[in-house]
Write a protein of this length. Structure first.
Length: 355
């Protein structure tokens, strides 16, 4: 499947031994700190794991990969001089700049699972509560932002460490199942779309970050086969068709990825405005969309329909990796095309010459 299939090979190259150099030079994992409110258990894994890696190549490979997940979590946080060694260790191009991080993570692609899995397409809500419940199921106190990508990647790395360091077979299997649940229930159900959009809009440093994250996720998905059935986040996602009469309801539906099957960010609307020759209103996405629909509904609806088709193609790339999860997103994008097509037909009928 093109780039995603290629990710399996790239993940193996990145996981070891390149990243081992950084891990072994930071035995207490000071550089692995992710969020200021992350539990100590999750940001300081036992140093014995790294010490043991010298004598056990397989375990060392796992340890190096866990450190790479931690590094990826750190690097989606605001840039800090201490992060440069991490970026260099995984060969990211250039360096992280404050204004680029602000634009990507604060104004366009918010790094929170709830934004992409919640029916409102906003922070918090039931989607965040469900992620917090997973932390509690592991007998951990959820951080203030349990669905933030940095916290989730740090948690995933810690579960890898816990599995690797567990000597009792039954408990080790339980650790692996916890890791598998986090991967399939709370990461792979939204990160593919997030990564695809990141690679479209981000500057080189964060585009490279997204490519490494994609590679690692593809490798993990291959190693940990999916669970049967759709994850709860997707099973509970609303599938109702929005009213075409209520503009605000229609716009809210468009901006909720789990409902429309696409991720629309500010740069997308800027692109549409430029391509269609429309005036751009400065403000939140919903106000921009409302303005565009008011200026030329036929043109913007045609553009939105083309976006749903494009997103269905992007989701299709992930079919060999995520299976039913990718099918869910494809179906949502295809359903969105149908809904937008109805709205487009209605808009055209309103401007058609009377006979």
């Amino acid at each position: 499947m093109g780039d995603v299939a290629h990710g399996r090979r790239r993940a193996l190259r990145l996981g070891w031994p390149r990243y081992q150099r950084l891990a072994l030079n930071d035995p207490t994992r000071r550089l692995a700190l992710t969020r200021s409110n992350a539990p100590t258990l999750l940001v300081h894994a036992p140093a014995q794991a790294l010490q043991g890696s010298v004598h056990a190549p397989d375990g060392a490979f796992v340890t190096g990969r866990a450190e790479l997940f931690r590094a990826l979590g750190v690097l989606c946080e605001p840039p800090d001089p201490a992060h440069r060694a991490l970026a260099e260790a995984i060969d990211l191009p250039g360096r992280a700049l404050d204004h680029e991080h602000t634009d990507v993570f604060l104004f366009q692609l918010y790094p929170y699972a709830s934004v992409y899995l919640g029916a409102e397409g906003m922070l918090g809500g039931e989607a965040r509560d469900r992620v917090a419940g997973f932390w509690r199921a592991l007998e951990l106190s959820p951080p203030a932002e349990p669905d933030h990508l940095a916290a989730l990647l740090s948690l995933y790395a810690s579960l890898m460490d816990a599995e690797q360091n567990e000597t009792h077979p039954a408990r080790r299997l339980m650790r692996r199942e916890s890791r598998k649940a986090l991967l399939w229930e709370h990461l792979l159900i939204w990160l593919p779309a997030y990564i695809d959009k990141m690679k479209e809009i981000a500057p080189p440093f964060y585009e490279g970050w997204a490519e490494v994250l994609e590679s690692m996720l593809v490798s993990e998905a291959t190693a940990l086969e999916s669970q049967e059935g759709l994850p709860l986040h997707l099973r509970s996602a609303l599938a109702e068709v929005p009213s075409l009469e209520g503009g605000k309801q229609f716009i809210s539906w468009l901006l909720a990825p789990v409902r429309s099957g696409m991720v629309l960010v500010r740069s997308d609307l800027q692109r549409a405005t430029a391509n269609l020759g429309l005036g751009l209103r400065v403000g939140e996405r919903r106000w921009v969309l409302e303005s565009l629909l008011g200026q030329d509904p036929e043109a913007i609806l045609s553009w939105l329909a083309s976006e749903t088709r494009r997103w269905a193609g992007l989701h299709r790339r992930w079919l060999p990796v995520t299976g039913d999860v990718a099918r869910f997103w494809i179906e949502r994008a295809e359903a969105a095309e149908s809904v937008i097509g109805e709205a487009l037909a209605e808009a055209r009928s309103l401007v058609a010459p009377q006979t």
